[in-house]
Design a protein around this ligand. Structure first.
Ligand SMILES: [Zn+2]
Ligand SMILES: [Zn+2]
Length: 215
């Protein structure tokens, strides 16, 4: 069974998700936003072994805790990122543009691709490629838990910004229509910022998608 612990961390209140399989105790961090020590401590409390860091995208506020997490683990965690975001990763996720400095942690060695399955014990995470916020943005869908980790693709009543390098508003809307709105309506959406929502709720209320009210 999938366990999820949510942290709200860092200078722009980014959601980091510690996810673990209750049987194997295998764990991963989806977007280790900031303050990696806190995430490590929580994992230790449950005897979960963090072996993976999975990035929806390489913006600094989603990877800023990776160095501290890696410092506390032996062996080092494997890092998964879409190759189209590697340039952004090497630029510290744009941190210098915002006056921050981060330790980006271990180099990504697992290339995410559309349809790939990531596993924690018997729990499967389906990778969906969703460019628009960045060139290599991906989301992670867990059918058995009825949940999707959405990064900065879609938020409750909002969508990811597209004014940063690699941003493309048409691509973003296309990603939402084809990769999020095709999930079952009851799917929980756990985004990179703000409260959780559902596919049904965003189809109905999100003012940026699904209708003519794109502004
Ligand atoms: Zn972002
Ligand atoms: Zn973000």
């Amino acid at each position: 069974m999938l366990n999820i612990v949510t942290f709200i961390l860092g200078p722009v209140k980014t959601n980091a998700y510690l996810v673990a399989d209750s049987e194997s105790l295998d764990a991963a961090v989806i977007d280790p936003a900031w303050a990696g020590r806190l995430i490590l401590d929580e994992a230790q409390k449950h005897n979960w072994r963090i072996a993976h860091l999975w990035y929806t995208h390489a913006h600094f506020d989603h990877i800023g805790g990776a160095g501290a997490i890696a410092d506390g683990l032996n062996p080092l965690p494997l890092v998964a990122l879409h190759p189209a975001d590697h340039v952004l990763w090497r630029a510290e996720g744009g941190a210098p543009l915002f006056g921050f400095k981060i330790d980006p942690g271990p180099e990504p060695t697992i290339d995410l691709i559309q349809g790939q399955i990531l596993r924690l014990g018997n729990v499967e995470f389906e990778v969906r490629f969703t460019p628009g916020h960045t060139l290599g943005h991906c989301i992670f869908y867990v059918p058995s838990a009825n949940v999707c980790f959405c990064g900065d693709l879609i938020f409750q009543n909002s969508i990811g910004r597209t004014d940063l390098p690699g941003g493309d508003s048409n691509a973003l809307l296309h990603s939402i229509e084809t990769q999020v709105f095709t999930l079952p309506d009851a799917t929980r959406l756990l985004s990179g910022h703000g409260p959780e929502t559902t596919v049904a709720r965003e189809k109905k209320f999100n003012p940026f998608v699904g209708g003519s009210s794109i502004y």
